[in-house]
Design a protein around this ligand. Structure first.
Ligand SMILES: Nc1ncnc2c1ncn2[C@@H]1O[C@H](COP(=O)(O)OP(=O)(O)O)[C@@H](O)[C@H]1O
Ligand SMILES: [Mg+2]
Length: 259
């Protein structure tokens, strides 16, 4: 589904170059949920922007469904940490807007937008403005907007990082529920190891700059994730976190990825 080969990215800065990514090879299977964890500044956002077609890599290539990525397409939906909603548009207007830009007829766009709003649990809030919603609700709108064009791949860049712990947990459950029924391929970036273990089929670890793939972990626990909250109480959950943490920073305590 998603194929990354020899990916490298160097940014030039005042005569100096910053090597953000180096030699990344990564395959994400159709329908797979892959989390990418790594320290701040290691190139996670850059990698997602390259996959999305917003940034041209300085080395290597990316293919989505066998097609080389040369620019943004409707194959990939994107959810950022910031919600980026238009403050003057209603929830419905925000979700439908991208569809209309993509050429959908207004009535069809509105119908599709209503379905997506219901899917993310916001039925009844169609006419609300973003300012009237909580942070968690705004991220639901953001998710609805990304899902509306039915992308094959969902790219998520620390989408829950700004939310409080309880809201984040409920968003993780919601995302798993939506993903499980969808068959979508998800590439999800986080610097929180526990979030990666709760969500992912596999966790890829990026080293600090230049970002290189330094580990890959199969998360074989919690295949039935209806009970994502209970998973956190199992020894397997904590063993997986410890293994990933050891790969990032051997022998460390606490979360080595915290800024
Ligand atoms: N447009 C840019 N121009 C110059 N440097 C950049 C640009 N985007 C990112 N970088 C640099 O590349 C590195 C990786 O950034 P980023 O992908 O945002 O990391 P992460 O998302 O893992 O925190 C950082 O050192 C950052 O300063
Ligand atoms: Mg980032």
């Amino acid at each position: 589904m998603l194929k990354i080969r020899g990916l490298g990215m160097a940014f030039g800065r005042g005569g100096r170059t910053v090597q953000a990514l180096d030699g990344i090879d990564l395959d994400v299977d159709e329908g797979e949920f892959l989390c990418l964890v790594g320290p701040s500044g290691c190139g996670k956002t850059t990698l997602l922007r390259i996959v999305q077609g917003l940034v041209e890599p300085s080395a290597g290539r990316v293919e989505v469904f066998g097609h080389a990525v040369t620019g943004p397409t409707s194959d990939c939906g994107f959810v950022f940490q910031q919600d980026n909603l238009y403050p003057w548009r209603t929830v419905l207007g925000n979700v439908a807007f991208g569809l209309q830009l993509a050429g959908w007829e207004a009535g069809k766009a509105a119908t599709r937008a209503r379905e997506m709003i219901a899917l993310v649990g916001l039925e009844g809030y169609e006419e609300s403005l973003p300012v009237e919603l909580s942070g968690g609700m705004r991220q639901r709108v953001n998710l609805a907007r990304a899902l509306a064009p039915d992308p094959k791949v969902l790219l998520m860049d620390e989408p829950f990082a700004a939310l409080d712990a309880l809201t984040r947990e409920s968003m993780q459950r919601e995302l798993l529920r939506i993903w499980q029924g969808s068959g979508k391929t998800v590439l999800f970036v986080t610097h929180q190891i526990d979030e990666a273990v709760v969500l992912a089929d596999r966790v890829a670890v990026l080293s600090s700059r230049p970002g290189r793939l330094s580990g890959m972990f199969e998360i074989a626990i919690n295949k039935d994730r209806d009970t994502a909250g209970d998973v956190k109480r199992t020894p397997e959950f904590h063993a997986a976190i410890d293994a990933i943490r050891d790969r990032i920073e051997p022998g460390s305590n606490g979360n080595p990825l915290r800024d």
